[in-house]
Write a protein of this length. Sequence first.
Length: 447
Amino acid sequence: MRPQNRFENFFSRLNIFHKFAILAVILALIEGASLLYFAVGLKRSLSEYIAVSWLVAEKKADKQSKVEFPSVFLGNLNADSKLWHKVFLLDPLRGWKNAPAISYTNYGTDYYASNSQGFMSIGEHEFYYQKKKPVDTYRIIVIGGSTVYGQGVRLPKDNLPAKLKQQLLKLQIQKDKKIEVINAGVGGYSSGQELLYLITDLYAYSPDLVIAYNGWNDQHYVPGLLHTYGNEFGALKTREHYKMETIVADYFENRRDVTSEFARLMLSRLRRVATVDLVLEWAGRFAVPSANRNYVKANIRDEEIQALFASLTKDPESSEVVASAELYIRNLELMIAAAKAHKFKLAIFLQPLMDVDGKVPSNEEQKIHANVPSSYFAVRKVFYEKARQGIRQLGEEHNGADIHVTDLSQKVFLGKSEHIYVDIGHVNAQGNDLIAVAMAADLERYR
C-alpha cells in the first residue's frame, strides 16, 4: 500500500467541518478573481459590478422610472474587434437593433452611448424616455441610419439630433413646451427598417414629430438585395432577415431545453455568482452569439458589397438601382400613411452625400473620393436622380403643416469648400451644424 504524502496526510486529519471551510475559502478566492475580472474588464468598481449584477438578475428595474443602470463600457472597438455583437443585437423583425445600455469608443476617438431603451445619447450621460409623454413636452423622434446614430463625430453632443435640438431651441419653435429630441438612429438602417421601427415601436412613445433623415443606405444596400433575391425580395426585408430565418430557427432548436420558466429562473439566480457569470460569458462566445458576431460583422463590413457593386456598376442604370429608388419612395409613402393614422407630424429629408451634393471637395475629401471606384458614385447618381423625382412628387402631394418632404441633398453643402465629410457619407460636427440649420429652417417654415 502506497504511503500517504504530506498533503494527503493533512487532509485525512481534518474533520468534515474543516474540509467544507477550506472548500468555501477556495470558492471565495475563485469568486473574488471572477469579480476582479469583470471589474477590470468592464472598468467598473467591484461594488458597482456586484450591485448591477444583482439588480439585473432580479429584474427589479421599474421600466417607467427614470432610473438608469450604468452602461457597460465595451472598450475601444475597431474593424477587427470581437465585440460588435454587443453593439448591435439580432432582431427578428428589423434584422438588428441597438444594444441597450452600452458605451464604447471607435478607433480611440469617437464615443457612443445608448440607454436601456436602445436610444443613442445626444450628450446626456443618463437619460430615459417615458412612453407616457409628459404634458409639458414636445417630443421629436429622429430616425435614420449611422448618420443619425452619430458616426462621423467624436462626441454625442455633436451628432445630428443633438445639433437639431440646439437649432430648435434657438428658433424657439416651441415656446410653451420643453423640446425633447430622441435619437432613434441605428447603424445600417434603410427606409424599410426605419418604417418597421416606427410602426412597431416608436409610435408608442406618442411623438409630436418624427423626422426621417435617409437615402444613403437605400442606395448602398437595397440594389444588392434586388440583385441577389430578384422577384423574391420583400420590400421591407434586409439580407439579414433571410439569414435570420435559419439563425433564429437554429437558436431556438438548440435552446429549447432551457427556455422553460424554471430554467430561466435558475439561470437568473446563478448569474448572481460572478464565477458562473464568467463561465457563461466565455461559453457564450462559442455558442449561438457567434452567429450574432458573424451576422453583425457581415452587416456592417461585408466583402459582398464590393463584389455587388462591381456587377451593378457595369450598368449604373440597371433595373436594380432604379427599383431600389422606387422602393425607397414607397417606404416613405408608408411612413406618411402611418403619420396620418397615428396623428403625429412627419418630416422627411433626403440626405446630402459626397458627389451628389454640389459641394466643392476639400483636399481631404478629394483623397477620400479617389479611394472609391468611380463606378460606385455612378450608381449613387442614378439612385439620387430617381429619388429626387420621387421626393419632389411627395412634396407636391403632401407638404403642409403636418407632413413635409424636403430634398436636402443639393441644398446644404452647395458651393462649400471646407472639410465636412469624414468618408463618402458621414459628416463631421460642422456638417451636422449645417444640416441642422437647414432642417430647423424647414420645420419653422411649415410650423
